[in-house]
Design a protein around this ligand. Structure first.
Ligand code: NDP
Length: 597
């Protein structure tokens, strides 16, 4: 099929579209939700309940009640470690799935591998891609199953954590007056959780109603996260700013009901088919032999990252490029099949074929040809978060809905009455910001608290020249602390829970060992940390998506990636290799690289 593509012309088009969108302020273009704008962060879902501050001691404190806290808590409880306190800004467990209740929210990675601990909790998801209420309920199910509600601090923002070397414990302070200690401290604060607003002047001048998609105001819109129509919008004019993965999921629900609906687009997403379907419990019972979920996660990781295995258990749009790539390789003369340049070409061809198909899909669904043209994405599929939806494009056929394409420039300004695009004001009653979350900003700006290790050393200072860790999990000078995040580890972005599941197993194994051996402290040896950082740095760094890509949070908004940021790359041999390595590390039982004292 690539024979039919004019590759030179296509690359030229990609470059032109990218250049339109490059801007010198990069990620600084966005507006932080602070000061007068901090009301955008308020919890619309649950009231804050008064309570007494905590001043006691616990064995394990975990900052974050999303998947990271839940799965780590579960693995600790399985080992008999039950004195666990989970702290979260939200009013309940769920993390991302607590906050993101916008209509149509659902997982984009198959439920079977995205919902953790299915085997352990005996739960069978209802759909291949479960909707948000079901995922939130599953989070609560895990918490109940493992008795993690017992000692939680919800609606609580950690303000500082500080290591006390004399007493070998962490001091944890919060905005609710808590000042307690913990022998072990885990942090899983989520990579994308601090909402941001677009860099558009006039946001504060708007006199209508507005909110961010991660704080959906159902009181205003009517409806509910379960999918009831947003009936209060039937006589409203609404503008949605942003066309990322969130917008793609909520647009059909808004298009179906609003009197007038404007979708303000700067860069179109690539929107492949979703093909969601109910999960047949009989089929599930057949596949769910012991250990199935781990096998499925591993199989997906290999398929998604370009590896070759006989079967693709999940088999969806995430792995399609890989299959096209392998087909392209197989079609090469045998002598070329191991030539790296040919591999790169085969990958490029696979991507171009995929994106041509996605663009053709726009034409096949969207009736208005001018609108269809504007909805086409001109970049490599993995330049931006790939999206999958069966009703998004269809929404642009609704008479209520108008695409306000900004030709890469973005909404110009917000006025008291509405939004301005290309010099024209569109009056609206409500603006919904689907403008995403802080990425690549200062760590403190995203987490809201500093981590002080031995001798008052701050994590910000320790990581000033780049991240340092052993396995992305433990850090020298920060004893008994664990960081649940994907960098310097698998860095598997297509299935974040897989990274978490592995980190949780490692934490539980290490904490159990420390407790069993009466060790007061555990941290990586300096040489081990040095060697790990060196190994990470020996890889290609943060290469994908590359500089040719259209700007977005995947590539530092198209600005050069600072040298130290490359230390946030993953294991050089890729995610499946990391998972294999860390499994072996745990199984060996020698805890190589760690010092127990
Ligand atoms: P994104 O950061 O992906 O999208 C923000 C959107 O706002 C982009 O379309 C951006 O345009 C647009 N924007 C920014 N400034 C302007 C402006 N001035 N005028 C017009 N548009 C503007 O945020 P999302 O919340 O959509 O998604 C964030 C991430 O959350 C996803 O990438 C994904 O990882 C995750 N997610 C996962 C889901 C799932 O798994 N089911 C569902 C939803 C989100 P531009 O592209 O030009 O920058």
């Amino acid at each position: 099929m690539t024979d039919k593509i004019d590759k030179r012309a296509l690359k030229q088009k990609y470059a032109e579209e990218r250049d339109k969108r490059l801007r010198p302020d990069g990620k600084d273009q966005y507006i932080k939700l602070e000061g007068q704008l901090s009301y955008y962060l308020e919890d619309p879902y649950l009231p804050i309940v008064e309570r007494e501050p905590k001043t006691d001691h616990v064995t394990v404190a975990f900052v974050g009640g999303g998947y990271a806290g839940l799965v780590t808590g579960a693995r600790l409880v399985e080992r008999g470690i039950t004195d666990i306190r989970i702290i979260d800004k939200a009013g309940d467990f769920g993390g991302t799935w607590y906050w993101n209740r916008y209509p149509g929210a659902q997982c984009d990675t198959a439920s079977m591998i995205y919902l953790p601990l299915l085997e352990e909790t005996g739960y069978v998801p209802t759909e291949k891609y479960a909707h948000a209420p079901e995922i939130l309920e599953h989070c609560q199910r895990i918490a109940k199953h493992y008795n993690l509600y017992r000692d939680t601090l919800f609606h609580t923002q950690v303000t500082e954590v500080r290591w006390d070397d004399d007493n070998a414990r962490w001091h944890i302070r919060t905005n609710r007056g808590d000042d307690f200690t913990a022998q072990f401290l885990c942090m899983g604060t989520g990579p994308l959780h601090m909402p941001k607003l677009p860099g558009v002047p006039g946001i504060e001048d708007f006199e209508g109603h507005s909110f961010h998609t991660s704080r959906w105001d159902y009181d205003y819109t009517g409806g509910n996260p379960e999918g009831a129509p947003l009936e209060h919008l039937a006589d409203k004019r609404v503008a949605l700013i942003g066309t990322g993965a969130t917008a793609v999921q909520c647009v059909p629900h808004l298009a179906a009901i609003c009197d007038t609906f404007y979708v303000c687009q700067r860069t179109p997403s690539s929107v492949d088919q979703r093909a969601n379907q109910p999960l047949d419990p009989d089929w599930f019972a057949e596949v769910a032999t012991p250990g199935w979920q781990q096998r499925w996660m591993e199989n997906f990781a290999i398929n998604q990252t370009g590896g070759a295995v006989d079967v693709d258990l999940v088999d969806d749009g995430w792995t399609d490029i890989t299959h096209r790539f392998h087909r392209n390789i197989a079609a090469l003369p045998e002598a070329d099949q191991s030539n790296p340049a040919k591999w790169a070409e085969a990958w490029e061809n696979a991507d171009m074929e995929k994106m041509e198909a996605i663009r053709a899909r726009v034409d096949s669904v969207v009736e208005d040809t001018a609108t269809a043209a504007k909805l086409k994405a001109w970049y490599n599929q993995l330049c931006k978060r790939p999206c999958f939806h069966d009703d998004y494009l269809e929404a642009f056929n609704q008479p209520s809905t108008t695409l306000l394409d900004t030709d890469g420039k973005g909404v110009e300004r917000v006025t008291a009455n509405g939004v301005v695009v290309a010099g024209v004001e569109y009056p609206v009653d409500c603006i919904i910001y689907g403008s995403g979350f802080e990425v690549g900003t200062e760590r403190l700006s995203r987490t809201g608290f500093e981590v002080y290790g031995r001798d008052g050393l701050s994590l910000t200072d320790y990581w000033d020249a780049g991240m340092r860790s052993l396995h992305g999990l433990t850090v020298r000078n920060f004893p008994n602390a664990f960081f649940v995040q994907p960098s310097q580890a698998a860095n598997l972005i297509s299935n974040i829970p897989h990274n978490i599941v592995e980190a949780a197993l490692s934490i539980a194994t290490i904490v159990e060992r420390a407790l069993d051996t009466g060790s007061a402290q555990v941290e990586p040896a300096l040489e081990a940390e040095d060697a790990w950082v060196e190994l990470i740095n020996s890889g290609a760094g943060l290469t994908l998506p590359n500089a040719d890509c259209t700007p977005g949070y995947y590539n530092n908004e198209g600005q050069p990636i600072p040298e130290e940021a490359h230390s946030y790359a993953g294991y050089p041999q890729g995610a499946p290799a990391f998972f294999k390595f860390i499994h072996g590390w745990r199984e060996a039982g020698s805890f190589e690289g760690l010092e127990f004292r």
